[in-house]
Design a protein around this ligand. Sequence first.
Ligand code: AMP
Ligand code: MG
Length: 370
Amino acid sequence: MGKLFFTSESRADAACARSAGQMGAARRVACLLLPFVLLCLCGCEKQPETKSKMLDGPLDTVSTITLYDWSGGEEPIDEIFEMLGDIDSRMSSVSLTSEPAAISAGAGSPVAVSQDTFGLIRYAQTVSAETGGAFDITVRPVVFLWGVGTENARVPAQTEIDAVRQAVGYDRVSLDETALSVALADTGMQLDLGGIAKGYACDRAVEILRNAKVGHAIIDMGGNIYACGTKPDGSPWRVGVKSPLVGENGHFGIVSAADRAVVTSGVYERFFETDGKLYHHIMDPRTGRPVDNALLSVTIISESSTQADALSTACFVLGAERGLEYLETLPGVEGIFVGEDLRVWISSGLRDSFQMADKRFALVGDDEEG
Ligand code: AMP
Ligand code: MG
């Protein structure tokens, strides 16, 4: 099955790419530039159709859909935003009326859910099993305790952390395929689809574009990019992998991609600082604390955005060595790991399609010890 933006050969194209994942005024300016810049660089006959919208739930991002060389109107984009709004409200971990909230409230008993939520939870469970619980959608009590990205963000006492850790355990989630129900074993357990829902929503958006016969498009959901088809000239899209350095908006590397999701999990997305230490939003379910393993970001490239989203979070928790080992067992899935010392590890399948674009970052070579 990254946090990035797509680029072409030039800085101008990188600016387009950023239109998706970045903030405020810069994003709006990039959006305005987008049609013009790509018109010049891609040799498109037609102006791209582009639309952005803010979503507040687990998607929690401005999503931008851009269709290139397309004369079929805005209908597929409107359909995508309608679908995204639906997923946002049904899969939110914050809203009290979402399906994860209903499962959490009903902990101890089975709760029936929609088919897609059931399928997503079942897939999340597979990733949990494959990663020894590095990815765990029952991590919600830990996420809530730390409150990263909310006004309640704080470093909790060890006793509080120990208490919530008891409520975490993917192996205490039961799924009933026939009843399409999900049961958390104990009261106090809670679900959080924040590490995977955006990827799923992105796959659904791709499906809508394919059904509409859109051949060239970029979906940018703030760090979850999907490069649909190729560029209008038939060459692969060039997706810029965002610099994980806090406060920087540029990219440090470029991936060539066609019909691929490029999804990044990084410390820079949501964090707070106390006593000079940064606490981010990716939790280690075993310690009940933000992962502290000298990584800054992990980017996964896969045909499935759902998989790329789950694995970017999972591999961040696993760390570079175990994460790469895991990825090498999965055909068609690639990864880029960036350490605090700006060393970059890539999986073997990326050797011909990843390019470093920032001299401060150093690719770890085959002959070098990881
Ligand atoms: P992402 O940005 O895709 O890495 O997802 C991070 C979000 O996933 C967090 O904001 C939490 O809601 C949730 N999360 C944090 N740690 C984990 C974990 N170890 N496994 C699954 N979900 C997590
Ligand atoms: Mg994720």
